[in-house]
Ligand binder design. Structure first.
Ligand SMILES: [Zn+2]
Ligand SMILES: [Zn+2]
Length: 334
């Protein structure tokens, strides 16, 4: 018998599952990859085969043309890998198609979460708490100062500001995969029925969400309309477009940004954001610590983010933990 958990090895480029010779979210092209979700720091092109949910594979195909060598796995489905390793995909609640991957070998259970959140999100299936021996978690917002407000409050702020300025528009910067669609779906849930205008870079991903059953209401491309058409409207663009020439075609935009980092005033100022919206697709501090408690693993491995504070919390709460020094994960896709 080999030592406990020697079959799973954190390397700088990702998590290596040795008997199956597969990598989870590898940071460079691998022969065999298990992919948790479509964000660029987890999903890449160039793998020999990529195993992921059908939604994540569709996202990867859209971004990297990875149709070849793609193996779809539905939520709840288990696939048998080489060397007697089973992999089961479980919803992570992060973006469309996002999964935690449960790996089982020789009676030992390890979960790799990728990225996750615990709040309800109309654009993806909710996180499922699943018991395991080793819980591999992110820590993007792993500091007690990070406490995401209810999204309804942030939506109300946006809609109030829009109503107060019928001659202007509200321009919302939001990441093209996940955040943009969630903001639009939440605006619909809040009762906003008017057309929402999109920067061209948002269109394909929004259509992909719609093809997978997420209703986003009437969407229009900014380029098809005049300045006057957009008075009193909401416009969604990538964060990079917030302050560039492109926005000159809009009627005196109120610039907003939807991000967990908007909790940090300095970040809002750096981006010239008039209306910061604290909206994140990652767990906040309370959700990270609550999830560690609920999952109840013997050990917690922390992949990326603010590892030190979460490690300290684990120590104070008599939970074994270690930080993995993984390379290439970013936390801007929040
Ligand atoms: Zn992500
Ligand atoms: Zn990430």
């Amino acid at each position: 018998m080999s030592a406990p958990f020697s079959w799973i090895r954190p390397e700088p480029w990702g998590i290596h599952i040795v008997p199956a010779d597969v990598w989870v979210d590898p940071g460079r092209a691998a022969d065999r990859a298990l992919v948790t979700h479509g964000h660029a720091d987890h999903a890449r092109g160039g793998h020999g085969t990529a195993v992921a949910t059908p939604e994540t594979l569709a996202i990867m195909d859209l971004r990297y043309n990875t149709r070849e060598g793609a193996t779809p796995v539905e939520y709840g489905e288990t696939i048998r890998l080489k060397g007697g390793v089973d992999a089961t995909y479980i919803p992570a609640g992060h973006v469309l198609g996002s999964a935690q991957i449960l790996l089982e070998h020789a009676g030992e259970r390890v979960i790799v979460t990728g990225d996750y959140k615990r709040r309800a999100d109309p654009t993806c299936k909710p996180f499922e708490v699943t018991p395991c021996d080793i819980f591999i978690t992110e820590a993007t917002f792993g500091l007690p100062v990070f406490c995401h407000p209810p999204i309804e409050e942030e939506m109300a702020k946006l809609l109030d500001r829009l109503a107060a300025h019928p001659d202007r528009c509200v321009l919302v910067g939001a990441y093209a995969l996940g955040k943009a669609q969630r903001v639009i779906a939440e605006l619909r849930r809040a009762g906003h029925k008017d057309p929402i205008y999109l920067h061209g870079a948002m269109e394909k991903m929004c259509r992909l969400y719609e093809e997978h059953g997420v209703d986003l209401g009437e969407l229009r491309l900014v380029s098809d309309y005049s300045k006057d058409d957009m008075r009193g409207a909401i416009v969604v663009c990538p964060p990079s477009a917030l302050n560039d020439r492109w926005s000159r075609r809009l009627p005196d935009p109120i610039t907003a940004m939807a991000s967990g980092w908007m909790r940090v005033r300095q970040r809002a100022r750096q981006r010239n954001v008039e209306l910061p919206l604290v909206i994140s697709d990652h767990a906040d501090w309370d959700e990270l610590t609550r999830t560690i408690e609920e999952v109840g693993a013997q050990e917690n491995w922390i992949t990326h983010g603010r590892e030190v504070a979460l490690l300290r919390w684990c120590q104070l709460n008599q939970r074994r933990a270690r930080a993995l020094a993984l390379v290439g994960y970013e936390d801007e896709d929040d």
